[in-house]
Design a protein around this ligand. Sequence first.
Ligand code: ADP
Ligand code: ASP
Ligand code: MG
Length: 445
Amino acid sequence: MIVMKFGGSSVADAACMRQVETLVRAALPEAPLVVLSAMGKTTNALFQAARTAESGDLPGALEVQRAIMTAHRRAAEELFAGAVPESLDTALTEHFGELELLLRGVALLRELSPRSMDAIASLGERLSTRIFAERLGAAWVDARTVLRTDGAFGEATPDPAAIRGLAVRHLAPQLGAGRAVVTQGYIGATEDGLTTTLGRGGSDYSAALFGAALGATEVQIWTDVEGVLTCDPRIVPEALPIPELSFAEAAELAAFGAKVLHPATIQPAVEARIPVTVRHTLKPQGRFTTISAEVRTGRPITALASRGPVTVLTVSSSRMLAQSGFLARLFEVFGRRGVSVDLVATAEVSVSLTVEADVPLKPLLQDLSAFATVEVSEDRAIIAAVGERLKSTPGLGARLLSALGGINVEMISMGANEINLSLVVRRDQADEALRRLHRVLTEAA
Ligand code: ADP
Ligand code: ASP
Ligand code: MG
């Protein structure tokens, strides 16, 4: 079997869904499990509705709910030429009713817990899959019966062993050559049946989890670009598709902000050694990227990505830095405060670290002040150059740095796996830095 995952832009309206239908029908001999995102920007709209309700503005929230309803009804009407089957109509009405009830509850309490947010967000994928499954005449499976997670609402951690067992029970019997099964990306449930989500963009992750659980021969990520490109095309328009990527390169790129793949996607695929392809829904005959374990690209730089805002903390302690145990003490503070550190660079009398921009700094700084002074630089971005021969290509570092010209590099870090070189720059200079570095990538290819 194969997994075919279609992102929000691929199922944005009735015309898009027809295109997806064509692709799925052509793949029927391969026993596809179709994993869908919510239509277009529905998840954003659901978040907006929930936050509006939380502020106490129920009419505002219900207005957003109505807009969501209209878009889905219109798509259904168009797909079925005005004759929406009763079963679908009933299902849609039930879903909209559930959404309204949830929004009323949030507005009444003026309280939006991550748990309530997940329940609300789950409606996007449940709606899109209902419509599409009906159109295809395919089996519809509630992903929450299979995708078991912990209770970390908003960014739940899946339980692969449980998912395997549940997939064998609920999905495998329905799969077979000649028919498709449709399910949702992004959403899951705890053992107690509470709805969870895997975090924004999580449908890719779902696809890989389902693929690993079912022993798929391929996980296809269908989206709006011809595969993984050498850089984000919105920033560097001349970015080119990459035909082959190693698992390690793809994982680094995703972790450092290449939005085309959810950062965790690669991990279940790596463990099960399942190739992941990234393809353009509207250009199925066009170029695409294959990500697999076998690939050894040997390129100096394969691609660039950037992530921000991040905050740089420069920790100095002239007394203690050279002493053994200093770093242990330093990281103990971060561990205790539950703050994860991204890049680290050490110097004679200081250590620079990057953390996410939204971490609570105050308690952290308070703890650190007991034994060090800390300088805080906010609004920075990490730029990552990823490539398998990055380290062994002489002079490459110098070329990258000189290409940056007047853009100041505040921190440099070579990833321990040696395929990632990360630079920290001011966030407002990150796009320009990417454009300049991309020229080096093109020349070094
Ligand atoms: P989907 O809705 O299909 O999940 P996303 O919007 O999440 O699609 O991801 C696709 C988008 O990722 C592309 O439209 C592109 O703008 C962006 N992107 C960022 N970096 C890259 C990259 N290196 N290669 C391809 N696309 C990228
Ligand atoms: N619909 C979810 C989101 O917009 C998940 C996804 O599309 O991958 O984040
Ligand atoms: Mg996505």
